[in-house]
Design a binder for this molecule. Structure first.
Ligand code: ATP
Ligand code: MG
Length: 289
């Protein structure tokens, strides 16, 4: 089964996550210009690797992005996947669930969007919202049509167990799962909200509700800590990516994806002797036309 590649931002598998371990900003003295240049190199590698991944056709890659508002999920997805053949990759954004979605179990709507073998599927938010925003606002459970027999005192632990089982099942069957928490600081989020208010071309990104949710910052941080602790596993690791500097964040994410793809034993399918003989026949036929 797939084994996570190591990184300073890999969340331990033993449930020992602590916010203090993971910085929101890394000051390595490297200029943003250089980070951007390195990202372009990573994107080139990703482009080549994706072609092999598609042809190999044995694995799917699921990339899960979770973060507080304005951490940069959209722009990271755009930057990292910019060189990839659009036919091999799909992005799904999960917002507030519809009544149809609420009529199913909490893993249903995302399951319908899982990537096929050979493809890369990106979840911009995911089933993790069910142990994050719903945990911060437990009143949302009321709309979920849950059976009376469900033990509401244990609901989060039960959801973690369902998620772990689900991800293990997916992994055994060839889906490589990488989960990124874009770890932005409260102060940096404040600055980004202010620039959404102050710069006309960013106004459209501003939502008053995001400011309301910011008021629950500490509750969100506890919910993230619990979720990352309970669900970072070798076959479905969480990476807590410093998100206060966007070029650094994008490069770090791209690097982890590239190193993961390189660690898989993927190659272009080889043809056997029988197929080669058939190829030779076809070649002669075409040449003699
Ligand atoms: P952006 O703001 O960059 O367009 P976004 O992902 O923040 O992207 P929004 O439409 O602003 O999109 O917000 C989606 C909202 O839906 C978030 O507040 C999120 O917490 C909420 N949401 C997602 N999944 C669920 C869920 N299962 N239950 C309740 N709320 C959810
Ligand atoms: Mg939003």
């Amino acid at each position: 089964m797939f084994e996570a590649i190591s990184s300073p931002y890999l969340v331990n598998f033993d449930g020992s996550f602590s916010h203090d371990t993971f910085p929101t900003l890394v000051e390595g003295g490297v200029k943003n210009k250089s980070l951007k240049k390195q990202l372009r190199q990573e994107v080139k590698h990703l482009h080549d690797l994706q072609r092999v991944f598609y042809a190999h056709d044995r694995h799917a890659l699921l990339l899960v992005f979770q973060a507080m508002d304005a951490a940069g999920k959209d722009s990271t997805i755009r930057a990292v996947m910019s060189g990839i053949n659009p036919a091999g990759c799909q992005v799904f954004s999960f917002k507030k669930p519809s009544s149809r979605e609420l009529d199913h179990d909490f893993l249903w709507r995302t399951t319908c969007s899982l990537p096929e073998r050979g493809r890369i599927g990106i979840f911009n938010r995911s089933y993790y919202e069910e142990v994050l925003v719903v945990r911060v606002h437990p009143e949302y459970l009321k709309y979920q049509q849950l059976p009376a027999s469900l033990d509401l005192n244990n609901v989060w632990e039960q959801r973690f167990e369902s998620i772990r089982d689900f991800e293990k099942h997916m992994s055994r069957n060839g889906t490589v799962i990488l989960k990124f928490w874009l770890n932005v600081s409260r102060e940096e989020q404040r600055k980004r909200f202010l620039s959404r208010l102050d710069e006309p071309e960013k106004n459209w990104k501003f939502s008053a509700n995001d400011v309301v949710e910011r008021g629950y910052w500490n509750d969100y941080m506890s919910a993230y800590a619990e979720a990352l602790k309970a669900t970072s596993r070798p076959w479905a690791p969480w990476y807590a990516i410093p998100a206060d500097n966007k070029p650094y964040m994008r490069l770090t994410v791209a690097r982890i994806i590239r190193e993961t793809l390189e660690s898989l034993a993927i190659e272009y399918p080889k043809i056997d002797a029988k197929e080669q003989a058939r190829f030779n026949e076809m070649r002669e036929l075409l040449v003699s036309e």
